[in-house]
Design a protein around this ligand. Structure first.
Ligand code: UTP
Length: 226
């Protein structure tokens, strides 16, 4: 059975519009795959994390404190998805090691962030490394990786397939241009070192997300690390 880590951006889980209906459908899709794929799901913080970061910053919080607030938001989202999957734990796994230890065929493990200093993209990679996963599926609000922000440059190149080194270049450029980038640079490094492939897909497109989890062809970007 393939082992797959799914990183679900908070902007996918809780955009603030029809969230419960979407999360219900997402949970049903995930549950339907539990006999085919061994999965760990890592949830991002989305608008809740942004709200706490912005408010915490205005209150004079340090970067470390803002990260701690962000981690709290990711864990809340993990509990929300767990609730939709039928059992909401009082706490979610707090380390990549714990998540990998709890994972087994047929059991879906859901978690959020771990410690300050990175994002849940990197956490997903750490879990994949612990688990010996075949790939990480990154469910985000963009449909693929582009050479530049397509909103700013309509001529930006859209990648169907790329190497992890090419993703590294895009991320490096993004990182210098803004705070927010297509994938956490630490995550790229772990993927390269661990030879873990990444499927970048539009997470609101559930058939596409399902294909990515199953290792089938996708319309998004397949990042080869091997
Ligand atoms: P996210 O993983 O949602 O980060 O964690 P993000 O990059 O802002 O979201 P996407 O990828 O665009 O959807 C939210 C915040 O929580 C903190 C960071 O501050 C991050 O920005 N965090 C999260 C950590 O410090 N450590 C973690 O392990 C996870």
């Amino acid at each position: 059975m393939d082992k797959v880590v799914v990183s679900i951006g908070g902007s996918i889980l809780i955009p603030g519009n029809g969230d419960s209906a979407f999360i219900k459908e997402l949970a049903a899709m995930i549950e339907g795959l539990s006999e085919d794929v061994q999965m760990v799901i890592v949830c991002g913080g989305g608008r809740t994390a942004r709200y706490y970061a912005d408010t915490g910053r205005a209150l004079g919080g340090t970067d470390y404190q803002l990260d701690v607030l962000g981690i709290g938001a990711t864990r809340l989202n993990a509990q929300l998805l767990s609730l939709a999957l039928g059992s909401m734990p009082e706490t979610v796994p707090e380390t990549a090691e714990d998540a990998a230890r709890l994972s087994s065929p047929g059991r879906i493990v859901v978690m959020g962030g771990t410690v300050p200093g990175h994002t849940t993209d990197a956490v997903a990679m750490m879990v994949a490394r612990e688990l010996g996963a075949e790939r990480v599926v990154n469910a985000t609000s963009v449909d693929a990786v582009y050479s530049e922000d397509p909103k700013k440059n309509p001529c930006a190149r859209r990648f169907e397939c790329m190497t992890i080194e090419e993703l590294g270049e895009v991320v490096y450029k993004d990182h210098r241009a803004s705070e927010c980038c297509v994938f956490d640079p630490l995550g790229v490094r772990i993927a390269r070192e661990g030879r873990i492939d990444i499927c970048m897909v539009d997470g609101r497109d559930l058939p596409e997300l399902r294909n990515a989890i199953l290792g089938r062809p996708i319309r998004g970007t397949y990042v080869r690390s091997r």
